[in-house]
Design a binder for this molecule. Structure first.
Ligand SMILES: [Cu+2]
Length: 322
């Protein structure tokens, strides 16, 4: 029986080795660096993030998205020349069969790109920030393709990033753990150990470890979390009003004594806020009074909150559809 168990474990081991690394966030053209997602279009770099404002508010994603819904793709250039290059963006269903390993070469081999395309934004020069807005109709595997044309040489640079919509963050793990448990259970049952062990600590400990594995969140580093309330009522166009910002760290601990700066604007219109809002008072328990907020038009706004504490400076972007 023992040899049979060893064979089973070997099989699972081979299976594991053959699997793509589920936890690696650095697949495709998007990598995670210093808590930020960076997309590399050849030598050109841009910060990259995706929001699902209707579902998860201002939570940012690098690539994989939890549900099929309205998704806003944002690129902030780190390389000035991107602001003069026509940038195009396409989302296709993953018809390469390569999944997370899809590369630009695999995309080039697709015979009918149009057929696979679910979203296409033709190349356009966006001087400050690049935005694309697509509402996914179904979950599944997709590939994003960003292209940038060099204004002088006409050379086209491209980056592809495979991603999943309907991403649970668990990948193959539930399956692997289930398989391991089954093999272990079979072994214990056949060896008669289950009877001796039943109700004893090792079994409980094993269960706890397995449970812990299941609930481990696929967290994106320790960014501060900013929420806000508007004590004077919901923001109305052209009305000056205040916000109360609430700032916590990722573990839910309130961040106090921070220097908080706020700016914002409409990335699609390339303009800022019409006022210069300021944090005028720290209210305690992670709350900060922000005065002088005013929006002069409806549309998509981003409020960027810069938080400086002894441990450093972080920026949090709050997307806001007015
Ligand atoms: Cu505007």
């Amino acid at each position: 029986m023992i040899s049979r168990q060893i064979v089973s474990y070997l099989l699972v081991f081979c299976f594991l080795v053959a699997l793509p690394a589920q936890n690696a966030t650095a697949h495709g053209g998007v990598v995670e660096e210093d808590d930020l997602c960076v997309i590399k279009v050849n030598y050109l770099r841009a910060h990259f993030k995706i929001y699902q404002p209707g579902v998860t508010g201002h939570e940012q994603y690098c690539e994989d998205l939890p549900v099929a819904s309205e998704s806003i793709f944002v690129m902030e250039y780190q390389h000035d020349s991107l602001s003069t290059m026509p940038i195009g963006f396409r989302i296709i269903r993953d018809v390469t069969g390569k999944g997370r390993f899809a590369r630009i070469e695999d995309v080039e081999e697709i015979e009918d790109l149009e057929e696979a395309t679910v979203y296409y934004q033709p190349p356009v020069v966006e001087p400050h920030i690049y935005l694309a807005n697509y509402t996914f109709l179904e979950e599944g595997d997709f590939i994003g393709i960003v292209s940038a044309e060099h204004p002088e040489t006409g050379k086209i640079y491209a980056a592809v990033f495979p991603f999943e919509v309907g991403f649970t963050g668990l990948g193959y793990w539930p399956f692997i753990i289930g398989l391991l448990l089954l093999i272990q259970f079979q072994y214990l049952l056949l060896s008669g150990r289950l009877k001796r062990w039943f109700g004893k600590a090792p079994v409980v400990a094993t269960c706890l470890i397995v449970c812990a594995l299941f609930v481990t969140p696929t967290a994106f580093a320790d960014n501060p979390v900013v929420t806000y309330t508007t004590p004077d009522g919901a923001p109305e166009i052209n009305r000056m009003h205040n916000w109360i910002l609430h700032i916590e760290n990722e573990d839910g601990l309130e961040i106090e004594n921070a220097i908080v700066d706020v700016e914002g604007g409409m990335p699609e219109h390339n303009h800022g806020l019409p006022t210069k809002p300021r944090v005028t008072e720290e209210l305690g328990a992670g709350d900060y009074r922000l005065e002088g907020m005013r929006f002069h038009m409806s549309g998509y706004w981003e409020i960027v909150v810069t938080i400086t504490t002894d441990s450093g400076t972080s920026k949090v972007t709050i997307p806001l559809q007015l």
